[in-house]
Design a binder for this molecule. Structure first.
Ligand code: SAH
Length: 350
């Protein structure tokens, strides 16, 4: 598929064409990564953040956010649950929190590895080379860092760099790959100012860098953030008729096309998609290219404070219920829960 074909397919609205797209994505998923759905347990380690991303509900500038950072004991309790539920991986995610020091996280990684043997994924934002190296040495296997959009101008406006630095997430991902991490990235669909052309470029970029994991979710406006206010309005006006909508359909088209151009990659059916379409978002994702789900393991008292966007699916559930519900959903679709770490085929071949 060429970049122009991706662009054309993104804009498709005809029901028959869409059915063809869904069928092709599902068949490609089946052929390249099989019927297993890998479960990665999400641990929301901290909602402290030093960045001012214009889309995010826990950005440094976000008002009225009660901040928390888990203790190692809290994190280990979640990791034990992952083992108990038969998940192959834990994903530690947080705001870009300087209070999560290199040493403390390295020790946490070692403890989880020692206790559970699970694969460990990190999603802790943009960190210095020394931290990344220490975490890899401590046993971390994967790193998730979405590049959010390939439009450099839009990126600068929604994801300001820290003073004295320039944020280049693709460069950081490639550096992580050199350090031996499996690398995961992704974008939000329907960001104000995102054009069809940009979205096609995003998909093309996933392919170009052969990303191991790709997370695609709709942008969900977070009240009180700049992107939900004047900045968002201004960007939308600039994109005019080329503005991509932030709806489930466009998200699913993006996901399906990503599966077609990156057949072997691990693609989650995201919580953001389930949030916009609680009845069928998860299932649709799994049937249109996805092969991963990231059930939330975070303790309820923290979970309610990690609101990067409002109304997050599963916000008021316990981890037990989330795990059981998702397992049931996978089986209802005639799929199997994956066993083992679910390493990306590209890494497994090495
Ligand atoms: N601090 C880490 C983790 C951020 S949360 C980092 O910056 O990488 C993980 C992802 O959630 C982000 O990369 C972004 O793509 C997504 N996200 C943030 N705010 C969102 C919103 N309002 N709507 C939808 N997705 C959002």
């Amino acid at each position: 598929m060429t970049r122009d074909e991706i662009l054309r397919w993104l804009k498709v609205a005809d029901t028959d064409d869409l059915e063809r797209l869904w069928a092709a994505a599902d068949a490609t998923r089946h052929r390249y990564v099989g019927d297993e759905v890998h479960l990665r347990g999400l641990i929301e380690v901290s909602n402290v953040c030093q960045r001012s991303c214009a889309y995010c509900g826990i950005a440094a500038c976000a008002p009225r956010v009660e901040r928390y950072r888990m203790t190692q004991e809290d994190i280990l309790e979640c990791a034990d649950k992952a083992l108990e539920y038969g998940f192959g991986t834990v994903v530690m995610q947080a705001g870009e929190d300087p209070g999560i020091t290199g040493d403390w996280m390295a020790e946490t990684i070692q403890k989880i590895k020692h206790r559970t043997g699970l694969a460990i994924t990190l999603s802790l934002g943009e960190r210095c080379e020394a931290d990344l190296r220490a975490w890899r040495d401590a046993g971390a296997d994967r790193y998730l860092l979405r590049f959010e959009t390939t439009d450099p101008d839009l990126y600068r406006r929604i994801h300001p760099s820290l003073p004295g630095g320039v944020s280049d997430r693709i460069h950081q991902l490639l550096r992580m790959r050199e350090l031996g991490f499996e690398i995961g990235t992704g974008v939000m669909v329907g960001l104000p100012g995102q054009t069809w052309e940009t979205l096609a470029n995003d998909i093309w970029t996933f392919r170009d860098y052969a990303m191991d994991m790709i997370g695609i979710g709709p942008y969900i406006p977070s009240p009180g953030t700049p992107l939900d206010g004047p900045l968002g309005e201004m960007l939308q006006v600039e994109a005019a008729t080329e503005q991509v909508p932030n709806d489930p359909l466009t998200t699913l088209k993006t996901l399906a096309l990503t599966r077609l151009v990156c057949p072997e990659t691990n693609i989650p059916s995201t919580t953001a998609l389930a949030t916009l379409d609680p009845a069928s978002g998860r299932a649709n994702g799994l049937q249109r290219g996805a092969n991963v789900i990231m059930p939330n393991l975070t303790q309820s008292k923290y979970r309610v404070l990690y609101q990067i966007y409002p109304g997050k699916a599963g916000l008021h559930e316990t981890a037990d219920i989330t795990a059981a519900r998702i397992r049931n959903q996978i089986e209802t679709l005639g799929r199997r829960v994956g066993v083992g770490p679910g390493t990306s085929p590209r890494m497994a071949q090495r």
